[in-house]
Write a protein that binds this ligand. Structure first.
Ligand code: F58
Length: 910
């Protein structure tokens, strides 16, 4: 703390005013945007504290120090950022634009300092100013402009795009209030608006010169030449806020462009205002404010739905106008550009169906603004747009009311109708065999009860590539959801297994483990070439290595235990097994299975003698995640976990063997503490329902073992790390339909342990809250919200058996450590660098455009190189194709069919 260090300086300062005076007198405030030495960095921080003021001049407490430090880091980023802009402009490569309604960025300061490799200098500089870097980075509020996996994936992708020097942009919305803050009270979850912009964000730069008009409502006018024009309605302004995204140890710094909605001064009626009619005077201003007010406005009402649709269109229209303008500013050798060249300069990726309106908007802009004919506009659009699907849950597949769409976007509905008409004609003329499937394949569902636009169908018909996010998910898309389209466009459907950035999710969140990995691999290159982790396999049973591994994990567990104590008041035993499930609360993710298992464990512990208890494996079960505000059953699950914790944790007979903690307000920063400290992670969704999962990858990367079903990316994780290192249980995806049928036919016989656990809740053991509606969802054989649709009862016995195997394995410390090391060693595939390289090569066709001019040969991006060392145990991975990227500036490529060759190659590298 500043005050402490000032006192120790002997300045005798007791007031905060003197704190500032003393720190500035020792460290002169000098603008040194590119400072490298700690003294200069301290001067630059102090310069910002004094000359970019946001607070009264008396204070230099952690909060003030955070903003000044962030601004100092931003200086450096701005320089790299500008250079990147100019470089891309000069080189004019094809660029990718990632359109996403969500980005879960988390904190930026620690990430930027890590990526820029200036941690030591900033640590020392802050010490000189009387602060600790660790404390300063914690002042930052998470930028939580996303709900869960999909939003976090977008953020990991940006980090990888920058690190791989790819010419790419992220586009999103600048929500005033991001994901709500979760408070746990006696009633359960309470949602509170999270004001991440309360004091301003030092990471955004408003671009006053980047403004586009976005229209809503209005009507379509037909010109004498037959062309059409959308006119009238409300016009809002989209104003760009850019956030720099630095790559890891590269100068390339790309942009996340977030749009904010504004009305203009012309729309403010001074006459009405002076007449006292304040609301009427600024109607458009308040409608503009609503657009970016919140992430995912509740859509139970018609108003809520309309607002969400407005948000989606606002993102699409502003982004495409920007992209088109940038394209038109380019000149080729002949000083000309042709629209047919647009797809060779622009790739647009839709992050789920949320930005689907980019399709009709691109068509509209091309046809109505640029005078391009339908055929060429369609050709350009389909070659530009690609779509990623993140879910097969029917309720999550977006369908917009046709009448709402006609009202809000009349020209777009004309275009969608035409796309649909042409698609239907194509099927009728070329694929008579598919005629009977047309009712489900076409875009407009004209059911008179509720005519809707099926956004996923529009995406499939209009994109040149459609991908799922894990192999199993992509297979299900091809076999079920999009099966009918596959024979028309067999090459359109792809898989891009998700990944996570190894920077945030290992290098920075667990420096202890990272240092050990670097020490034993004798290289730090694993941070950008995660396949190198496979080299840890040879040390998996080495006692010295295991001891170091174990003490790093213990350091992380201790840090987590301190956090849990502070956040919940519960003291947890760092020697117990840390068992964690953190994610959005959803019935298909089956937090209910987890807590029922915990309840059964508690009941058995209660029944044991004191001696018997001593033979068990002590556990701390941590569950965290937010429930959607209107998702009642999810909220009941939160309440149940918290109630169970209250009983178990205060039970003196049992609480040294079991603790249950609901971790409140799970977000990116909390994940950065939980994941490194974890030993067992539960990935227990009903098979076939979790598209991929990404925190499973983060946990495995951090040496955490997984108990899980064969769902999403679990399948590939298990293949990579070895089935003996994965606690598998439960029905497989292809068994699920049959099991549901059997249940409907009354054939389900519950396991007595399952009945016992439910009965224990019903007995009132965890308080008087009415859990019957939740438990009833597990009863009966059919009916909405009944009949155990998510197969908790079916999977319970095999889950409990797997938990027994976990307990046994944990007792054998050396075996557990070996499994933990092998989890990390097998996680190479799950780097988002690998995922993004595949998108770059197989969908976007873009290449690296490196700022410092060093190129990695022809087809420069990693995308075009074999970068995977595939050590998976799955049959298709046995071939063991090897290649390594060195540093970013040279490639050593090696092919081998000999699994040991990788280790040898690593040796050579050392
Ligand atoms: C998630 N989807 C998938 N959607 O559930 C997960 O399996 C996958 O790993 C991840 O995408 C990344 O591919 C997801 O997070 C949402 O958050 C929706 C956003 C719009 C509102 C409804 C939830």
């Amino acid at each position: 703390m500043a005050t402490t260090s000032v006192k120790s300086n002997g300045a005798g300062a007791t007031t905060t005013a003197t704190v500032s005076a003393v720190s500035s007198s020792k460290v002169p405030p000098v603008a040194r945007p590119l400072a490298g030495e700690p003294e200069e960095v301290a001067s630059n921080i102090n310069y910002h504290a004094q000359f970019s003021p946001h607070f009264s001049p008396f204070k230099f407490e952690p909060e003030q120090a955070y903003f000044a430090t962030a601004e100092s880091v931003r200086d450096r980023l701005v320089q790299q950022w500008n250079e990147t802009y100019i470089h891309y402009h000069k080189e004019d490569p094809k660029q990718t634009y990632y359109l996403s309604m969500e980005y879960l960025q988390g904190r930026a300061l620690s990430n930027a300092i890590g990526n820029l490799d200036i941690r030591d200098a900033y640590g020392e500089a802050l010490n000189k100013l009387g602060h600790q870097l660790e404390e300063i980075v914690e002042q930052e509020k998470d930028a939580a402009l996303g709900n869960g996996g999909l939003g976090r994936l977008a953020s990991c992708f940006l980090d990888s795009m920058a690190t791989l020097n790819l010419p790419a942009w992220g586009y999103g919305l600048r929500y005033r209030y991001g994901l709500f803050k979760q408070r746990i009270t006696k009633e359960g979850q309470e949602e509170i608006a999270e004001d991440w912009l309360e004091k301003f964000s030092p990471w955004e730069v408003v671009r006053h010169d980047v403004v586009f008009p976005v229209r809503f409502f209005g009507h379509v006018e037909v010109n004498p030449d037959g062309s059409r024009k959308w006119v009238g309605g409300d016009i809002m302004q989209a104003l760009a806020y850019d956030v720099p995204i630095p790559g890891y140890k590269t100068k390339n710094t790309i942009s996340l462009r977030l749009w904010e909605a504004r009305a203009s001064s012309d729309d403010f009626n001074l006459f009405l205002f002076n007449d006292g009619q304040y609301e009427s005077a600024s109607q458009l201003h308040s409608r503009a404010q609503q657009i970016c007010a919140v992430l995912y406005p509740g859509d139970a009402t018609e108003n809520g739905k309309l607002l969400r649709l407005k948000q989606q269109f606002f993102l699409c229209s502003a982004s495409l106008q920007d992209i088109i303008l940038r394209f038109k500013e380019r000149k080729n050798d002949k000083g000309l550009w042709k629209w047919s060249e647009f797809p060779s300069k622009v790739a647009v990726q839709l992050n789920d169906t949320h930005p689907t309106l980019a399709i009709p908007e691109l068509m509209r802009l091309l046809m109505d603004n640029e005078g391009v004919g339908w055929d060429e506009a369609w050709n350009v659009t389909t070659r530009t747009i690609a779509y990623t699907n993140h879910t097969v849950l029917p309720e999550a597949l977006e369908k917009w009311s046709q009448s709402v769409m006609w009202k809000l976007l009349p020209r777009h509905m004309e275009i969608i109708e035409e796309i649909d008409k042409r698609f239907i004609t194509m099927i009728r003329t070329t694929r008579i065999d598919l005629q009977s499937k047309l009712p489900s394949m076409c875009i407009l569902d004209n059911n008179p009860q509720k005519p809707v636009v099926r956004m996923a169908n529009l995406c499939v018909v209009s994109s040149h590539a459609v991908n799922g996010v894990a192999q199993l998910h992509s297979d299900i898309l091809k076999a079920e959801l999009f099966a009918d389209y596959v024979s028309i466009w067999p090459k359109k459907f792809q898989n891009k297994t998700n990944g996570v950035t190894p920077r945030r999710w290992l290098r920075f969140c667990s420096p202890e483990l990272s240092n050990i990995i670097t020490k034993w691999l004798k290289t730090e290159q694993w941070v950008t070439n995660l396949d190198l982790l496979v080299g840890l396999r040879e040390f998996a049973e080495n006692s010295d290595f295991q001891e170091e591994w174990s003490s790093a994990k213990m350091a992380n567990k201790l840090r987590l235990a301190r956090y849990i104590l502070g956040a919940t008041g519960v003291s947890i035993d760092p020697n117990s097994l840390f068992d964690i499930q953190v994610k959005r609360i959803h019935e298909y993710k089956r937090q209910l299975l987890n807590i029922l298992g915990a309840i059964y464990r508690y009941k058995k512990l209660k029944e044991m003698s004191a001696e018997e208890r001593k033979t068990t494996t002590p556990r701390t079960i941590m569950i965290g995640g937010k429930a959607f505000a209107t998702y009642t059953n999810a909220k009941r699950i939160v309440k149940l976990v918290d109630d169970v914790g209250a009983v178990v944790n205060s039970d003196p007979e049992v609480n040294s063997y079991l603790k249950v903690v609901f971790v409140p307000n799970y977000n990116v920063s909390v994940a950065e503490l939980l994941i490194p400290g974890s030993e067992l992670s539960q990935y227990i969704s009903t098979a076939g329902m979790e598209a991929s999962g990404t925190s499973n990858m983060k946990f495995a990367l951090n040496g955490c073992l997984i108990i899980g079903t064969l769902d999403g990316a679990n399948v590939e994780i298990r293949e990579e790390i070895g089935e003996e290192n994965f606690f598998l249980f439960g029905a497989t995806a292809d068994e699920v339909p049959r099991l549901r049928k059997e249940r409907e036919n009354g054939l389900f016989k519950p396991d007595p342990r399952f009945e016992e656990a439910k009965q224990f809740i019903r007995s009132g053991a965890f308080g008087s809250y009415d859990y019957n509606p939740l438990l009833d969802s597990l009863e009966g054989n059919s009916g909405y919200g009944r009949g155990d649709y998510f197969l908790v009862g079916h999977d319970f016995p095999s889950y409990m058996d797997a938990q027994d195997r976990v307990d046994e394995a944990y007792k054998d410390r050396k075996r557990w450590l070996k499994m933990s090391i092998l989890s990390t060693a097998g996680s190479g595939k799950f780097s988002s660098d690998r995922t993004i390289s595949q998108y770059a090569k197989e969908i976007w066709n873009i290449e690296e455009c490196r700022l410092d001019g060093r190129k990695e040969g022809k087809n420069k991006s990693n995308s075009n190189k074999k970068t995977r060392i595939s050590h998976g145990r799955g049959k298709e991975q046995r071939m063991c194709l090897t290649a390594i990227t060195l540093c970013n500036n040279g490639v050593v490529e090696q092919r081998s069919t000999d699994p040991c060759a990788d280790t040898r190659m690593l040796e050579e590298l050392k």
